[in-house]
Design a protein around this ligand. Structure first.
Ligand code: PEP
Ligand code: MG
Length: 564
């Protein structure tokens, strides 16, 4: 018996818990990404002066080969996967780190050590820059591993091509690895790290394969072990009973097939309407959402259009971009969110101050405190886009904390002829939702941030993924309060955070009194189909049960018991 199999047999039947990201059940053997190459060089190794030019050339050839391979994979992939691979390929040819590595080689470092040192240097820089740049650190490390493997004549590290349908288990996955996956062969993902909004989660959603992240104990499950991943419950069962696993997988597949025939509009089995909308970030995503039964756009994240823009786009430039989304749903409700710049989404032209704690700093609506012109020009552009498309856009402000902020935003939006609402992402706003509703026409609950601020847990942190689980009863209690305030005055309260992408949780949110759910286009079908299979009475019973639960896991189990 190998040490790997003995390790697996010790765990046989064990149920490991993580955070569910994409629903569905798969039962298959585990594959694991290849190990990173060892540096295997004494720290003081030096290349003789006469051989340094040849060493530099060896390095350039290796880096170019890695970039070429990434580009080739980008050409064969589609959608976001292709974009991720192309972006990694571009980073592999970035003059900054290539130059830094060449300089080290000129100074006598062997190529492998030069790559390691140069990438370390850039990892530091990117980490200090924070935000989206910090997220590219995983790409940099991935490039380092690939170039070093190339230099050492080793196989490219990363995900092996499985010969049969397999479940990819890893500590975390590099974007370039996940982007190239074939969903016929890699049928589910499970990681030890990562959160519900991590890169692994986004790709799994795109591929439509079950995914669980932040799984405790997963590192002990060896390649080749049969496991069952349940992306609804958030569990990985090690060496389960094969017959029971196969029958659970078949049940889950039947549910997915039933979802495929759902065509909307959103309603429970007994006819209570609960609108199902799509979240988008640009015109292309809005057009793609038209291929789903989405009844409109519940959240257009406008800041994502400008992440790489150095200067503020003109009103006309903005209007063109917004009009593309409005045109995709000319007859339906489209909710445009004003710039949620700051924290993990800094915009170069928003003039962010240097802050010790940007998640609690000047982000979202707060930018308008010192820079009201930016918001006014965006509202003007949205109004112009509405005029050009003959539509009446709804607008909402992110990160509202007080009724006064809501009043100020509503006044501005109305002065441009727009229908105003605000996001409920800060616990203070949920607590005073009734007073906020005196000023606006609708509310939209951002459960990603509401979770982060209620639980005092960074939404990007893998270690805290259990706390930022949208099933946390404390977060759902604030959702309940907000929804109740809307029902009392007959105004609409939707949810547009990731919570709305979970079919089971969607039913609970409906039971809490939420009138619409807005999720990534890929999740719309599953959410709508699940709603159509349960009654409003079941949704309300599930809502009562989760509010009485003491933990996220207990809340999920209680809802499953009621909603099946
Ligand atoms: C949220 O916080 O739930 C939300 C929808 O906004 P974002 O994820 O863009 O911060
Ligand atoms: Mg938010």
């Amino acid at each position: 018996m190998t040490s790997d199999t003995s390790r697996a047999s010790l765990l046989a039947g064990a149920v490991l818990h993580g955070v569910p990201v994409v629903p569905g059940i798969q039962y298959a053997p585990v594959i694991r990404p290849g190990k990173l190459p060892d540096l295997d060089l004494p720290a003081d190794a030096q290349v003789p002066e006469g051989e340094r030019e040849a060493e530099r050339e060896r390095f350039s050839t290796a880096a170019a080969a890695v970039a070429d391979r990434l580009r080739e994979r980008a050409a064969h992939a589609t959608g976001p996967a292709s974009e991720v691979l192309a972006a990694t390929a571009t980073l592999a040819t970035d003059r900054g780190w290539l130059g830094a590595a060449e300089k080290r080689i000129k100074d006598g470092a062997p190529a492998v050590r030069a790559v390691d040192g140069a990438i370390d240097q850039f990892v530091d820089v990117f980490t200090k820059l924070g935000g989206l740049m910090a997220e590219r650190v995983t790409d940099l490390r991935d490039i380092r591993a690939r170039v070093i493997a190339e230099l050492q004549g080793l196989p490219e590290p990363g995900v092996p091509l499985p010969e049969e349908p397999s479940i990819l288990c890893a500590e975390d996955l590099a974007p370039a690895d996940t982007a190239g996956l074939d969903p016929e062969l890699v049928v589910a993902l499970a990681t030890t790290l990562g959160g519900p909004t991590s890169h692994t989660a986004i790709i799994a959603r795109q591929l439509g394969i079950p995914c669980v992240v932040a799984v405790t104990g997963l590192d002990d499950v060896a390649a080749g072990t049969m496991v069952m991943v349940d992306g609804t419950r958030g569990t990985v069962t090690v060496s389960p009973d094969a017959e029971s696993a196969r029958s659970q997988m078949a049940d889950a597949k039947r549910a997915t097939d039933a979802a495929a025939s759902w065509t909307g509009p959103g309603a429970t089995a007994d006819g209570h309407p609960v609108a199902v909308y799509a979240n988008v970030q640009d015109g292309a995503a809005a057009r793609a959402a038209r291929n789903t039964p989405a009844e409109g756009i519940g959240l257009f994240r406008t800041e994502l259009c400008f992440l790489n823009t150095d200067t503020e786009p003109t009103v006309d430039e903005q209007a063109k971009i917004y009009a593309e989304v409005l045109e995709a749903f000319p007859e339906s409700k489209v909710v445009i969110r004003t710039l949620d710049a700051g924290s993990d989404k800094p915009l170069k032209f928003a003039g962010h101050p240097d802050e010790a704690n940007p998640a609690l700093g000047v982000r979202g609506f707060r930018i308008s405190f010192n820079n009201p012109g930016l918001l006014q020009r965006q509202l003007e552009a949205i109004a112009l886009a509405g005029e050009r498309t003959g539509t009446s856009p709804w607008v909402m402000a992110p990160m509202i904390a007080t009724p006064e902020e809501a009043r100020n935003f509503a006044e501005s939006a109305r002065s441009h002829g727009l229908i105003p609402g605000v996001m409920i992402e800060v616990p203070a706003a949920a607590l005073l939702a009734d007073r906020i509703l005196e000023h606006v026409e609708f509310l939209s609950i951002g459960t990603n941030d509401l979770g982060q601020y209620t639980m005092a847990a960074d939404r990007m942190s893998a270690e805290l993924a259990t706390l930022t689980d949208p099933w946390q009863p404390a977060v759902l209690a604030l959702v309940a309060m907000t929804a109740k305030a809307g029902v009392a005055v007959g105004k609409r309260v939707g949810v547009c955070g990731e919570a709305a992408a979970d079919p089971l949780l969607g039913c609970v949110l409906a039971g809490l009194g939420v009138s619409s759910l807005s999720a990534a286009a890929a999740a719309v079908q599953g959410v709508g189909a699940k709603l159509s299979q349960v009654t409003m009475q079941q949704c309300r019973a599930a809502a009562d049960a989760v509010l009485g639960a003491a933990s996220a896991a207990e809340a999920r189990a209680a809802a499953l018991a009621v909603l099946g």
